[in-house]
Design a protein around this ligand. Structure first.
Ligand SMILES: [Fe+2]
Length: 249
């Protein structure tokens, strides 16, 4: 290990872990059993919820994918799944606020749902949506406009992971200026998604453009990174900035 690498590791270790109860609510995860690429069964849902509670969260809004081509979930499927998880939490005497919304993939199907107002939201009218990881989103501008026109507050999931935006930081500034809230993933700060994504998450925090922090929990692999994430100086900066909306409702 190089001198600088050692120095960096030491600095990160010296930082006191963040108390995530300050953030209070996680608003991005995949914990409804068997309906997307998250928890495959209710036992796993409960295990992941218990980990989120250990981490300090007191409220969890889980957000299964609604992506017609891959995860053709509906509002009804998600709400039925929520009841299954709530019943299991009750059976096991686990006391946590648990609710469900969705992570909408920005496509034509989403535009239809917007028009019909068949949308699951959190924190009142806040709407979590994601873009393609591969290419410039065709529907982005139109979708954000339609969301706002229909009275929803757009919250863009993990903008730091859209590498096609990395070359032009003004994409992020423009989104925030147009009142699109940006939500970064806690594990982006660990380098889990690569050094470019980590750097962009840090840059967004430094530019004070981040409104929400999410765990985007799918499985235990994500949970196992939290101990590293908790000691990240940028995470501390974000949590102490007073800009996060997670705890404000
Ligand atoms: Fe997600």
């Amino acid at each position: 290990m190089s001198f600088f690498a050692k120095l960096f590791t030491k600095t990160e270790k010296q930082i006191e872990p963040i108390d995530m109860s300050l953030v209070q609510m996680d608003m991005h995860s995949h914990l409804i059993p068997g309906i997307d690429d998250g928890a495959p069964d209710v036992d796993t849902s409960i295990q992941l919820i218990e980990k989120l509670m250990e981490f300090g969260y007191t409220k969890i809004v889980t957000t299964p994918h609604i992506y017609k081509e891959i995860y053709p979930n509906t509002k009804e499927i998600i709400l039925q799944g929520k009841e299954i998880v709530l019943a299991e939490l009750k059976k096991r005497n686990i006391n946590v606020q648990f609710d469900a919304a969705a992570e909408y993939f920005c496509d034509e199907h989403f535009m239809d749902l917007l028009e019909k107002k068949e949308i699951l939201t959190f924190n009142g009218n806040h709407l979590l949506f994601e873009l393609s990881f591969d290419s410039e989103p065709y529907y982005f501008k139109e979708a954000t406009f339609q969301m706002q026109l229909n009275g929803y507050q757009p919250v863009l999931a993990h903008p730091e992971r859209y590498v096609y935006w990395h070359e032009r930081f003004s994409n992020y500034e423009n989104a925030a200026e147009k009142d699109v809230f940006l939500q970064i993933n806690i594990n982006s700060l660990t380098g889990q998604y690569g050094p470019g994504v980590k750097k962009m998450a840090e840059k967004l925090i430094d530019a004070e453009l981040v409104s929400y922090l999410g765990t985007d929990t799918h499985h235990m692999g994500h949970v196992n990174l939290w101990e590293t994430a908790r000691r990240n100086p940028h995470l501390r900066k974000l949590v102490e900035s007073g800009q996060l909306l997670n705890a404000s409702f």
